[in-house]
Design a protein around this ligand. Structure first.
Ligand code: KIV
Length: 304
C-alpha cells in the first residue's frame, strides 16, 4: 500500500512553548504574500508574522499608522494560503484594539476570516487588559514592547527604548504585565541587549527580539531586510541575500531584449500548423477563387 504524503500539521502555541522549553532559539520572519510564505514555510520557519510593517515595506506608507484592517486581512489570507506548517501571527493595526470589544471583533476576523492562528498587539501595561480579554476568548496573543511603531507620533522618532533607569523599570513592568495577561510570547523591539537579556531571564514565555541583542529567546526580522529587497537596511538587521540588485538586473536585461527583438525567442513562442492558418486566411489552394477576399478570415487592410 502506498503511503499518502502527510500534510504537515500547523504549529500551535503549545509547539512554540515546547521549542522554548527545550531551549531552542526561535526564528520568526515577517511575510506578506503567498510565494514568500511558501518559501519560508519550506525553510522551516515556525512563526510567520504578517506585520503591519507591510505598510512601509510593501505599500509605500511612511509609518504603520496608515495600515487598515482590510489591508492586514488581505495579506494575512495570502500568507495563510501559502503556508502549511508555520503558526501565522497577524498584527492588529493601529486603533483596532482600543477597547476589549473592538479587539475581540478584529482579532476574531483575523482568526475566523483570514485563518491566522494568533494576533500581535503593541504595548505593555497599557495593553494588558486587551490581551487578557483576547486570551480569555481563546485567542493566542503575542505582545510587543520596547519600540512600538504604532505610537511613533507620540514617541517622536525611532530610537532605542529603555536606556534610562525609569525607562528600563517601565519596560520590565511592561514585560511582566504582558506575561501575566496571558500572552504566549512577546516581541522586544529596539531594547539594549543587557536589558533584553534581563527581561528574557525573568519571564516564563519566549521573547522574540528585533534590535534587542542575542539574549532573547528568538529573533524576528523583516523579510525585505533579510533578502535585501528594500532601499534601506536598519543597523540591527542582516541581509542574507541581495534581491534588489537581482531584480534590477533582470528588469534591465528584459527591457533590452524586448527592444532588440530577442524576447520572446523560439523557446518562449508557440507555433501552429501553417496550413491551418493558410486555410483560415484564404491562402489555401482550394478555398479562394481568384480575385475574391478570404471567406472566413479577417482581411488585412492591404487586401481590401
Ligand atoms: O510589523 C512588524 O513587522 C513588526 C516586527 C518588527 C516585529 O511588528
Amino acid at each position: 500500500m502506498s503511503a499518502t504524503p502527510a500534510t504537515p500539521r500547523r504549529l500551535s502555541v503549545a509547539d512554540i512553548a515546547k521549542l522554548y522549553a527545550d531551549g531552542a532559539r526561535i526564528p520568526m520572519l515577517t511575510a506578506y504574500d503567498h510565494p514568500t510564505a511558501q518559501l519560508l514555510d519550506e525553510a522551516g520557519i515556525p512563526l510567520l508574522l504578517v506585520g503591519d510593517s507591510v505598510g512601509q515595506v510593501m505599500l509605500g506608507y511612511e509609518t504603520t499608522v496608515r495600515v487598515t484592517m482590510a489591508e492586514m486581512v488581505h495579506h494575512t489570507k495570502a500568507v495563510v494560503r501559502g503556508s502549511r506548517r508555520a503558526l501565522v501571527v497577524a498584527d492588529m493595526p493601529f486603533l483596532s484594539y482600543s477597547t476589549p470589544a473592538e479587539a475581540l471583533e478584529h482579532a476574531g476576523t483575523f482568526l475566523r476570516e483570514a485563518g491566522a492562528q494568533a494576533v500581535k498587539v503593541e504595548g505593555g501595561v497599557r495593553t494588558a487588559r486587551i490581551i487578557e480579554a483576547l486570551v480569555r476568548a481563546g485567542i493566542p496573543v503575542m505582545g510587543h514592547i520596547g519600540l512600538t511603531p504604532q505610537a511613533i507620533h507620540a514617541i517622536g522618532k525611532v530610537r532605542v527604548q529603555g536606556k534610562s533607569r525609569d525607562q528600563a523599570r517601565a519596560l520590565l513592568a511592561d514585560a511582566q504585565a504582558v506575561q501575566e495577561a496571558g500572552a504566549f510570547a512577546m516581541v522586544l523591539e529596539l531594547v539594549p541587549e543587557q536589558l533584553a537579556a534581563a527581561i528574557t531571564e525573568r519571564l516564563r514565555i519566549p521573547t522574540i527580539g528585533i534590535g534587542a541583542g542575542p539574549g532573547c529567546s528568538g529573533q524576528v526580522q523583516v523579510i525585505t531586510d533579510l533578502i535585501g529587497l528594500g532601499d534601506f537596511v536598519p543597523k540591527h538587521a542582516r541581509s542574507y541575500a541581495h534581491v534588489r540588485g537581482e531584480i534590477l538586473a533582470a528588469a534591465t536585461s528584459y527591457a533590452a531584449d524586448v527592444a532588440a527583438g530577442t524576447f520572446p525567442g523560439p523557446d518562449e513562442t508557440v507555433r501552429m500548423d501553417d496550413s491551418v492558418l493558410d486555410e483560415v486566411l484564404g491562402r489555401g489552394a482550394s478555398d479562394r477563387p481568384a480575385g475574391e477576399l478570404p471567406a472566413g478570415g479577417i482581411p488585412l487592410d492591404r487586401d481590401l
